[in-house]
Design a protein around this ligand. Structure first.
Ligand SMILES: [Ca+2]
Ligand SMILES: [Ca+2]
Ligand SMILES: [Ca+2]
Ligand SMILES: [Ca+2]
Ligand SMILES: [Zn+2]
Length: 431
């Protein structure tokens, strides 16, 4: 940009010396935005403001003005830590294909963006584009809309995982909306509960765990604690029932390694349940937005559920609920769900360990601030869009957990606060 400006200035000086300028030279384009908004400062909208702060809430959103070609060009500045810039993109309908391309240019901003519907519910999020691409810290979304909504909102901020010095800076956003896309229909999913041990060599799990391969021992109740000796079969049953309850509303089939092999291997994600990790209860290989890959893996370290991490010694049924809730959380990532902040939501990421011994659900809850400090994620709505509802019409009656023990928020007796770890590379979403 600076090269272009100096060329214009030099040209103007040459014309002046020739003595016959017919028009004044165009004003130099600024090399950085003076305020958040549409890149063309002359655009207006009857719907509201087209530039300026404050713009950190859905109510304060800047109207993004699209040309007849379905393109909008925005630019702005993440001016301080926690600055959110919200843009109103107008209405979008299923089959609209939207591409949102962030370019931080010369600035050091590590951007993070998310798309929300009119009710502030998350539709899609991206922090970094694929690590194999140039400018990979710049966010990018390429998505075919599933859900009618007017308006949609785009929020840009810095990554919660930004390095020092990359929390602020300028950005440009190019948005293109093209009609006539083909949103994929929901696709049912099989979750295979692997109780008989596994050697896991997927790099997306071996790298964050720092072990290659990861050897997971078979599920053994006595290895969790001697108080559970002889109860492995009861534990398997409780885990299975917990999964079935959590997924009862959706087209998700729960199988275990004690069942005959799945008929359709192409839609089987595996949850390996067993073994021990000193830091983790569970880990998923990615947040697979809209479940592009129906064959992902996660590990739930069953032996990490030793009674000392809770404020009481759970019964074998309570232990099964806890392992199933953590397993359903990891399965939620494999189906495309992000973290929220609500102890009663399965996708919560920072409960005390006691919280997941009680009922947790796929529900609407505020997004985790690790993702974005605005909006909600409606996990059930997303699962209906991704895997579809239970195909039989009314979901089968599933015995509710009898365990409605009220837990006391705060550190458990041992001070163990459960935080399902997720490294930045695991939460970028695009693969
Ligand atoms: Ca701003
Ligand atoms: Ca702002
Ligand atoms: Ca980023
Ligand atoms: Ca998946
Ligand atoms: Zn998680």
């Amino acid at each position: 940009m600076r090269l272009v400006l100096s060329a214009v200035a030099g040209g103007a000086a040459f014309l002046m010396s020739a003595g016959c300028p017919t028009a004044p030279p165009p004003p130099p384009a600024p090399s950085a935005p003076t305020e958040d908004g549409n890149r063309d400062p002359t655009v207006t909208s009857p719907l509201g403001k087209t530039s300026g702060e404050p713009n950190g809430t859905f109510e304060d959103a800047i109207i993004a003005v699209f040309n007849v070609g379905g393109e909008a060009d925005l630019w702005g500045t993440i001016s301080e830590t926690g600055d959110l810039d919200v843009y109103n993109l107008g209405g979008l309908m299923p089959s609209d294909h939207i591409v949102i391309d962030v370019d931080s240019g010369d600035s050091r901003l590590d951007s993070s963006i998310a798309l929300f519907d009119a009710r502030g519910r998350l539709v899609y999020a991206n922090d970094d584009r694929s690590p194999t691409e140039r400018r990979f810290l710049d966010s990018f979304i390429d998505f075919t809309i599933r859900r009618d909504s007017d308006p949609y909102y785009l929020v840009i901020t810095h990554s919660a995982f930004a390095d020092p010095g990359t929390f602020t800076g300028t950005y440009a956003i190019a948005i293109t909306v093209t009609p006539g896309g083909d949103p994929p229909p929901p696709r049912g999913q099989i979750l295979l509960l692997d109780f008989d041990g596994a050697v896991v060599d997927a790099p997306s799990l071996t790298q964050p765990l720092g072990m290659d391969p990861v050897i997971v021992d078979p599920l053994d109740a006595a290895a969790i604690s001697p108080v559970y000796a002889g109860q492995t079969e009861a534990l398997k049953q409780a885990i299975r029932e917990g999964f079935e309850q959590n997924f009862a509303r959706f087209d998700v089939t729960i199988l275990t390694t004690d069942d005959p092999p799945p008929a359709d291997e192409s839609v089987v994600s595996t949850l390996v349940i067993g073994g021990f990790n000193p830091e983790l209860f569970g880990i998923a290989e990615n947040v697979d937005l809209y479940n592009l890959d129906a064959c992902d893996d996660a590990i739930i370290f069953a032996e990490s559920f030793n009674p000392h991490v809770f404020s009481f010694t759970p019964t074998i049924e309570e232990l099964g609920v806890g392992i199933a809730n953590v397993g359903s959380h990891e399965a939620g990532h494999l189906l495309g769900l992000n973290h929220v902040d609500d102890d009663t939501a399965l996708m919560d990421d920072r409960s005390v360990a006691d919280a997941f011994l009680a009922d947790q659900e796929f529900k609407e809850a505020p997004l985790s601030t690790d993702l974005m400090d605005i909006g909600t994620q409606d996990a059930a709505l997303l699962l209906y869009e991704i895997v579809g509802p239970y195909p039989g019409g009314t979901a089968p009656a599933v015995r509710r957990s009898r365990l409605r023990r009220t837990f006391v928020p705060g550190p458990s007796s041992s001070g163990t606060v459960y935080r399902r770890r997720m490294s930045k590379s695991l939460r970028t979403g695009r693969r």
